[in-house]
Design a binder for this molecule. Structure first.
Ligand code: FES
Length: 122
């Protein structure tokens, strides 16, 4: 069996992978919101980098459920998402607020296996 794994934290430390959807269900160069165990998770298909990322969907600035609709891009090579409301920007690798203002966001490991997307949950 072959699969691709991506980033955050070390995937070998993940004990529970949760199915999030088929890879083809996710828009290229954008995000989708998926409900996992009652929590909104933003999953990003960063196709131009050949990478996937996941984070909480709630923006810590004004608690808007919006990050999945944010603009993705890169800053000095680091993938990031900008909230569509007030453009607060977060690293998709570390969750750090790149404006140095709001709290960091929670980010999750993602793996794609045989066309299915999984989030490292625990
Ligand atoms: S609610 Fe996200 S930047 Fe303000």
């Amino acid at each position: 069996m072959t699969y691709d794994t991506y980033n955050i934290p070390k995937n070998e430390k993940v004990t529970s992978w949760v199915f999030a959807g088929n890879a083809t269900d996710f828009t290229e160069e954008g995000g989708e919101c998926v409900l996992i165990e009652g929590e909104q998770i933003a999953i990003f298909n960063f196709s131009s980098r050949g990478e996937w990322y996941a984070s909480q969907n709630i923006c810590p600035h004004k608690q808007q459920a919006a990050l999945s609709r944010g603009m993705i891009g890169s800053e000095k090579g680091e993938p990031k998402v900008a909230c569509p409301f007030h453009k607060k920007t977060f690293s998709l690798c570390t969750g750090k607020n790149l404006n140095g203002e709001e709290a960091a966001i929670k980010v999750y490991p993602v793996k794609v296996e045989e066309g299915k997307v999984y989030i490292g949950w625990h």
